[in-house]
Design a binder for this molecule. Structure first.
Ligand code: GUN
Length: 282
């Protein structure tokens, strides 16, 4: 069987490291860190994500402030709140949970967040900094995947990496990050011709298609490392990824499970960004 890339254990380890760091910052430098979390409306999935983020903050020793705004909140009202939080010195990170209701333009909201507090790494300035190799916040899921690979002892430099998916949150920043680690990178997507031929070149295959169990062993080179970003619930209520795990696991050298692979890493990296924001803010 392949190596199990254990996101649950690795994220727990990162959270322990951050907890120690946060305690040390408090004691030795009097620094406390605060994340403001804004949710507009009450989408049940968003409420779960926001709840998990607040729980992680509490565990690590980061203060969290919660802003639960009604579904009918106007863009102007949300922008006013962001402006207020941008100007509050004790707030280090601002997170606006996505998606937002239809009357609010996500791009405008993301751009309104002070890049120094952009712990999601979604601001164009953060993305631009990543693109040209300058310091800035990095989108949490791709940053988490790099940690998964490094902490599992998987070599990145010089290897062929194929990413399926070109979203602003995962695919594009993933390509930039893994390029920074000196991989040779291909981004494939729904319009890619001969997808199987492309994905079979990959030493490291990162899958963010959004389609349950789409990737079967025909897409995977023998001995590849497979990272599954997807998470779906099937009719029976069971979680699965974009990769058909049972079919692919026997042919690869390492694979992330769903759940317990990429998922837990996103929050761990958000916490890491909050700590960095707290340190940079002094
Ligand atoms: N909605 C789904 N994932 C995310 C995320 O990583 N950040 C934010 N702000 N909203 C999300």
């Amino acid at each position: 069987m392949p190596q199990n890339i254990d996101g649950k254990a690795i994220s727990a380890q990162i959270k322990e490291e951050l907890k120690e760091k946060v305690a040390d910052l408090k004691i030795s430098r009097g620094i406390s860190i605060c994340l403001a979390v804004i949710q507009v409306g009450s989408d049940p999935a968003s409420s779960v994500y926001v709840g998990n983020k607040k729980k992680a903050c509490a565990y690590i020793g980061i203060d969290s402030r919660s802003y639960e705004l009604p579904e009918e909140t106007t863009q102007e009202e949300l922008l006013q709140l962001i402006d207020k939080l941008n100007n509050e010195e004790e707030v280090n990170g601002i997170l606006v949970q996505l998606p937002l209701p239809a009357q609010i333009d996500e791009d405008v909201v993301i751009r309104a967040i002070d890049p120094r507090k952009d712990v999601d790494g979604f601001h164009p300035q953060s993305v631009g900094a990543l693109c040209i190799g300058q310091p800035g916040f990095v989108s949490c899921t791709p940053a988490g995947i790099i940690q998964l690979l490094k902490r599992s002892g998987i070599e990145i430099a010089g290897r062929e990496c194929v990413i399926i998916g070109r979203s602003n949150i995962v695919g594009k920043p993933m390509a930039l990050l893994i390029l920074r680690e000196n991989a040779t990178v291909t981004i494939a997507h729904s319009r890619t011709e001969n997808l199987r031929e492309v994905t079979r070149r990959a030493d490291i295959l990162i899958v963010a298609t959004g389609k349950p169990k789409m990737i079967t062993r025909e897409y995977v080179k023998e001995g590849a490392v497979v990272i599954d970003v997807g998470i779906h619930r099937n009719e029976a209520g069971k979680l699965c990824g974009d990769v058909d795990y049972e079919d692919v696991a026997p042919v690869c050298s390492a694979i992330t499970p769903v759940p317990g692979g990429v998922g837990p890493m996103t929050i761990a990296m958000l916490m890491n960004n909050c700590v960095e924001a707290g340190i940079a803010g002094r």
